[in-house]
Structure formats: structure tokens, C-alpha cells
Ligand binder design. Sequence first.
Ligand code: PMP
Length: 352
Amino acid sequence: MNFYELAERALALEKEGKKVIRLNIGDTGLPTPSCAIEAAAKSMREKKAKYVSSAGIPELREAVAAKEGCSVENVVVGPGSKALLYGLFTVLAEKGDKIVFPSPYWPAYEMTCKQLGLLQVNVAGKVEDNWEFGELPLDGAKVFLLCNPLNPTSSVYPRELVERCIEESADAGVHMVLDEAYKDLAFSEIPRYGGEIVRVRSFSKEFNMEGWRLGYIVAPSEIAKKMVSYNQITATCVPEFIQWGGIACLENEGEIVSANREIWKKRANVAGKALRDAGFEFAEPGSGIYVFATHPKITDAWDFALKMLDRGVAVAPGSPFGGYDTFVRICLSQPAEVLEEAIGEMGEALRE
Ligand code: PMP
């Protein structure tokens, strides 16, 4: 079974009528802002459902360029940041090329490397160092990928570490991709990193728009051009009404994102306490929306996750995040009291 099959199994159990508290997938569980729904509906009523530019509609690209302090040519919109990352791996690397990223990591990176025949090389972070990592194995690499805040740990790398990575990648002639899907959910502000890097952003988590499939990259113009052509031969475009939903969110960004941050902070505090009470250990999350925790009694995370699924709690085993077989990733996608109930059940299972 893989990470996504476990998610399907949790959904199937729920469909059969079993109560499952689903904390396994990175879903915010929060409603999409009404401004996005209204803007998308208005756009649909105006029959804006034709093919549009594969780079994104000009209005969204302009709004993103203003937010990111770049020019419109550097912005490419795509159907979710996952699709954009897949595209970046496709245009930046060729079969057999080396792609470096820290572990633990989001399983989709590994799956993408496998799919494209790329050679994955990891540099391991340590829980006791808040998942910071040492020297980068960039020799002969094509791409260095950094996820900040990091899925699955929700840790935020210190500025000096990110800047060191940018510098080392540039010196080694390696493309650096910064996955910032959770950037504005960090509990203290993350700077806007510059340099010849590609930044990947998503509307899914910051704006609770997971199912809308909207993201963008900010990239040097040569790479942006390649990504436009990648979009042309794959998704064609993101539906226009979705993009108007995104524009509405950017117009109300401060309010939406700060309200979300407060929710994640509160959930992280409640879950953190419940996890400690149940004997789990973890690095304190610095952002929404996960906790990556280990327990002395977990020896096989898949075993534990499947056992918990039988008990009505779905969590992701740490194994597909880079072989963390004593860890589980808990997405804080439920209200505080439900998180307490689910973690209480995990503690109960581990005591038996
Ligand atoms: N990057 C990271 C680190 C993620 O965790 C996710 C979603 N779980 C994505 C990218 C993709 O998000 P989306 O495709 O919904 O924009």
C-alpha cells in the first residue's frame, strides 16, 4: 500500500458508514473563502469558461507579480503546485539526472522522481535539530528542492540555512526550487527569498482551496517560458473562473491568511499537548498544518497506521516521508476537540 492508497481506503471506510477521523491527508478542512466562490460564480455566469492563456490570465499574473515583487513574465499559473512541480522536474531534468532534497520529504517528490526516472538523493535533517540538515550533496546534481515550511514536520528553516542553500546551489550551477505551499501559514514571517531560484506557491493551504487546483511559480524567464509550454501540452490552462477565485483571495489576502494562521496555531498547541500527554515526541511546528511525531512504542508506522484506521483514526505513516518508520504525520485538519479525541485514541492504542 502507498500513501495515496491509504487515503483511498480511509475514504472507502467512511463511505461504508464507518466513523473515520481523517488526519492523513494535507487537507485544511476549512471552507474556501466566500469571496473566491462569489468571484468564480460571477465569472461562470459571464460564461468565462473558454480556453485561456497557458501562462495564466493576465489579471491573475499581474496580481501575483505585484504580490511577489517580480514581473509578469516570471509568473506562470498552473493547476495546483503539484502539477507545477511535476512540470519543473520535467523541464529542468532529464532521465538519470540527480535531484537533491532534504528528508523527511513529501512523498510526491519521490513518486515524481520515480515516474520521471530521476535519481533522488537526500540530505537528512535531524528531529533534535528542528530538522535542519548539513552539507548539501550537490555534486553533479541538476535540481535542489527545498520545502519551507516543511511538509511533513511544519518546521521552518532558519533564514541563514535557506540563504546558504541558495548560494551553494548557484555556485554549483544547480537549479534551486523552493516549495512554499505553506509559506504564509508560518507562525512568524518567512522572508521573500531572492536569487535565481524558482518559487512554487499554492492556493490550496493558505486559502483553503485544495480542490480548486490553483498554484503558480515565480521563475527566471527562461524557465517560465518552458513551463508555459509544459502547460500548453498538458493542462492547457487553469479554468478562468478558478483564476478569478484566486484573484479575489489575493485581494483579501491579509485577512484570510491571518485568520487561518490563528486557527493553525491553536490546533498545533492543542495537538501538541495531547501528543506529549500520550508519550509522543516531535519538533515543535513553526507553521500549519502538520505535526510529525514519533513514539517509543511505534516500531512499524504502517502497522500502526493500519491499526489506527481500524480504530477510526487515519494518520499517515512516516515511512513514505523518507523511511521514518517510527513516525506518523498528523494533519491538524479537524477542530481542536476532534484532534484531542483522535490523539487520545492513538495513546490508548499504544498503551494496550
Ligand atoms: N507542496 C507540498 C509540500 C505539499 O504538501 C502539497 C500538497 N500536499 C503541494 C505542494 C501540492 O499542493 P497543490 O497541488 O494542492 O497546490
